[in-house]
Write a protein that binds this ligand. Structure first.
Ligand SMILES: [Zn+2]
Length: 248
């Protein structure tokens, strides 16, 4: 669809939606897939995920990466956009989410653990899930996805010493920037654990945008953006209500 940058694919209804509700929602996903055991409720079944994306489209919203949303907001042009983010970099996201987003004309940000590419989510108790490798990331980037950092080891950044904090934030950015051939601009705090020191480290490492989970008083929104967690139970009106009530 033609339009100015940042508005392509949004509709008048979507722009009105975010303007009237004064929301700039950013959705938080982890995995998309069919899994038997999911102790932390991190996986949304593929058909439910597709339904959620269709709901966003019906409301007139266009899903974009955190970087695209932030750039559009800086231009005062973010009406009708919703940020889509996927933490941890599960391979299922490439398998199940990427084709759906492509069909909708949406993009997203995947936040990967740079030291665990082609590995597993060893920071969680089992069951283990396969994580993306470099080829997966190139495929996602080719579909317009942003590749962001989720640290080197999925460390809880509020509990590490200053040297380790700096390493987790800066070394992951350097590794991903080299791998992808473009500067990584977005960061996501593992476990949503963020404080002033973590924000300072993220800023010093050169990131433009960063995601938390909840809003943390006293921290700049652009480097600690709260997000709306989406689960398999969210459909239709319930998802739309979440956008309105929690997207501000
Ligand atoms: Zn994570």
């Amino acid at each position: 669809m033609a339009g100015r940058p940042g508005t392509g694919g949004t509709t008048r209804r979507g722009r009105t939606f975010t303007r009237l509700t004064r929301s700039r929602p950013v959705l938080m996903y982890h995995g998309v897939g069919r899994v038997g055991v999911d102790p932390f409720a991190l996986f949304v079944p593929p058909d439910r995920f597709a339904e959620q994306m269709r709901t966003l489209r019906r409301v007139g919203l266009r899903g974009v990466s955190l970087g695209e949303l932030g750039d559009a907001a800086a231009r005062g042009d973010a009406d009708g956009l919703v940020g889509l983010t996927f933490d941890d970099g599960y391979r299922d996201v490439r398998t199940w989410a990427a084709p759906v987003l492509e069909q909708c004309g949406f993009t997203a940000t995947v936040f990967v653990v740079s030291g665990l590419l082609d590995g597993e989510n060893v920071w969680d108790p089992p069951p283990r899930r396969q994580l993306v490798d470099a080829a997966d990331l190139r495929d996602l980037a080719a579909r317009g996805w942003e590749i962001g950092s989720h640290s080197v080891t999925h460390a809880r950044l509020t509990e590490v010493d200053p040297g380790r904090l700096q390493h987790e934030v800066a070394a992951s950015r350097a590794a991903l920037s080299e791998l992808m051939g473009v500067e990584a601009r977005s960061f996501c705090y593992p476990y949503g654990a963020v404080d002033g020191a973590a924000v300072d480290a993220v800023r010093a490492a050169g990131y433009t945008y960063a995601c938390a989970v909840t809003r943390v008083a006293g921290l700049p929104t652009i480097l600690a953006t709260p997000r709306i967690g989406v689960t398999g139970r969210d459909r239709g009106l319930r998802l739309a209500a979440k956008l309105v009530l929690r997207g501000r």
